[in-house]
Design a protein around this ligand. Sequence first.
Ligand code: NCD
Ligand code: ZN
Ligand code: ZN
Length: 350
Amino acid sequence: MRLPGLIDPHVHMREPGASHKEDWATGSAAALAGGFTQVLAMPNTHPAIVDEPSLGQAYQLAGKKARCDYGQYMGAGLDNVREVSTCAEKCVGLKLYLDQTYGPLRLDEMSDWLAHFKGWPKNRPLVVHAEGRTLAAAILMAAITDRSLHLAHVSTREEILLIRAAKKRGLKITCEVTPHHLFLTAGDLPGGRGEGRPRLQTQKDVNALWENLDVIDCFATDHAPHTWEEKKQTDSPPGFPGLETALPLFLTAVSEGRLRLDDLVPRLSSNTRRIFGVPVQPETWVEVDLDATASITAAMMFSKAGWTPFEGLQTRGVILKVVLRGISVFEDGQVLAPPGSGRLIRQDLV
Ligand code: NCD
Ligand code: ZN
Ligand code: ZN
């Protein structure tokens, strides 16, 4: 059967600065192998994407190497409110890191958040990494400034219930959930392998996410590759690769009756398209065999991460082929699109 080309609004391509973890060529190959034809890249690179020159550098790298279509977020810093807002039409959104995670960007003072909530154009996507009570504070700030806000990687029962209440009140909140927070709990992965931000949570939290599916606007992989060398250390950096495993995991849930295709497809395409203003790609689709089975193994992946938190898992639902703008870009397990064939999601962005 055919699905639309999928959109991932939350990936880390690691360029510039950490191309030993991933680069645009490998990360976008992983995207296509996972059925994602459009990806939105986070700004927590080295250097971080916080001004016009660094945005230009990011687009130059992606333009040379990406095999799927792409867009780039900018990161909110202490003194770049004016700078990022002048670039608002050139990037896909502004990201605020309000809690500690991987990378150099973090805003501690609520007055600094407020400046960005006010300065960033109301019609452009604003995304926060905010956990627990920080998430509550971010929702309050969206209410105060009367603007839309997208909450990245929601992971707990208390968060999803708060979002339900905020939406009921009419606040312009949207949210995403990752496959690892839907399919794994804290006990599943020993040592550094299990490190992620937000952390993997309890079964009670996982159940609450599934029970409140109607509150979840979209699924995002938060593809955050770190190498196996890095992940096997006890002080491992947080993050999981996820582009290649997301759709097989979700299709397995469909085959088990835990999810309907009608619940799945909008959360990987049309809802995401609407929230982030991502254009439709003509003649673009993903062909899947819903009955074929496979097992997840790092060996068949394109990401430089070289490992997966889902190693050995049996899945039902296999990606046979991906077609982008009428051209087969993934078939029989091979990525066919060359580096540089991906396009900026909106040609008018630069
Ligand atoms: C992300 C990364 O490695 O860039 N890590 C993670 O655990 N999710 C950062 C982030 O998305 O918070
Ligand atoms: Zn995050
Ligand atoms: Zn992330």
